[in-house]
Design a binder for this molecule. Structure first.
Ligand SMILES: Cc1cc2nc3c(=O)[nH]c(=O)nc-3n(C[C@H](O)[C@H](O)[C@H](O)COP(=O)(O)OP(=O)(O)OC[C@H]3O[C@@H](n4cnc5c(N)ncnc54)[C@H](O)[C@@H]3O)c2cc1C
Length: 319
């Protein structure tokens, strides 16, 4: 990608395009090198233009939401991170709610609860964007973001805008099959009415339980692994004797073994080392293969930790 790429994309979009943005500043792990470009389409038309350009030039890209479920390579991402923060519409028609994918999930939840709409209270405190939550089918305490979903809007890689009914998406545990490879732009929900005061009591209880169980003092990206059927990843890792194990500046949390924490200055390779160790030990001892819930960015085609550095020919943007 030459230095002209940024200028070409900037000319195409009304939204912002930044060069050499450190992804450690945009991920909850606080880990990761620079993305070559960060493009923030202003609206659907912008996004269409950007997608067409990326396809035409065969440029690598990924969608960056709140960065709460990502482990980014120390060498960064040699392509374009697409951020849909500008897709932040929100409208209410009684129990029907239409929302943009760029909304901060927890703010969206609070707004719904304030209007006496039930259904999202158990997801209180999950970091990230609404788009990221839909893509991950985020969930907690027996609820999932897809529970009260009516339809999802997205743009596919061919530039086609689609509105998919909930059943068409094929949601399952931390999975949203048909929207995996799309840009999710928004969604419509229909929430049952509830008592505002009771909903906020449930929210406070959920937030307290999260604080109690999770190592909130450290940067993390939540659970590293999906829950294997019939087990808890954290319990298996603990039973394998790995709770509290340190590698470099990363640690398997002494509070919750399903979470890796950044002790300050951790590298992606430290986290990956712990991930590999946990997988190996759990597989050896219990015959269970742990599946990653977190997503790896910038490791494609390389041994993780040895990714190609981002070339130094794009002047950096300071924020
Ligand atoms: C402290 C902490 C606690 C957590 N607790 C929970 C929990 O209880 N339950 C749970 O499910 N998760 C939990 N998580 C993980 C994380 O919050 C969720 O996975 C969240 O939904 C990720 O959203 P995001 O916007 O940050 O997505 P990102 O991390 O930015 O991206 C995640 C994936 O979604 C894709 N993506 C993001 N936005 C879009 C979009 N608009 N269109 C298409 N693809 C998109 C990305 O490309 C990537 O593949 C926790 C994380 C932390 C840090």
């Amino acid at each position: 990608m030459d230095t002209g790429t940024r200028q070409e994309i900037s000319r195409l979009l009304r939204g912002e395009v930044l060069a050499r943005v450190p992804l450690r500043e945009r991920t909850t792990y606080r880990i990761g090198g620079e993305t070559r470009l960060l493009a923030c389409p202003a609206d659907l038309e912008d996004l269409r233009c950007l997608n067409a350009y990326l396809v035409e030039k065969s440029l690598p890209s990924f969608v960056l939401g709140g960065g709460a479920n990502l482990l980014v390579s120390d060498r960064g991402f040699p392509g374009v991170a697409v951020h849909l923060g500008g897709f932040d519409r929100l409208s209410f028609q009684q129990e029907k709610v239409s929302a943009g994918a760029g909304l901060v999930l927890d703010k969206f939840i609070r707004t719904c609860l304030r209007r006496g709409l039930a259904g999202l209270e158990c997801l209180s405190g999950i970091p990230g964007s609404l788009g990221g939550a839909l893509r991950m089918n985020a969930g907690a305490f027996g609820a999932e973001i897809s529970d009260h979903l009516v339809e999802v809007e997205c743009l596919d890689g061919m530039g086609r805008f689609k509105v998919l009914k909930k059943d068409e998406v094929e949601f399952s545990y931390r999975r949203a099959l048909r929207i995996r490879e799309t840009y999710i732009t928004g969604a419509t929900f229909r929430f049952p009415p509830g008592c505002k005061e009771s909903l906020f009591l449930i929210r406070e209880d959920i937030l307290a339980r999260r604080r109690q169980r999770q190592p909130w003092q450290y940067p993390t990206a939540g659970s590293v692994f999906k829950r294997p059927p019939g087990h808890y990843a954290g319990k298996l890792i603990e039973d394998a004797g790995l709770k509290g194990r340190v590698l470099g500046r990363a640690q398997i949390s002494p509070k919750h073994a399903g979470i890796v924490i950044n002790l300050g200055g951790a590298r992606a390779s430290d986290v990956l080392g712990l991930i590999r160790l946990a997988r190996k030990e759990v597989s050896m001892r219990f015959g269970i293969e742990l599946e990653l819930e977190q997503e790896l960015i910038g490791f494609e085609g390389e041994e993780p930790g040895q990714a190609t550095p981002v070339p130094d020919d794009e002047p950096a943007d300071t924020e």
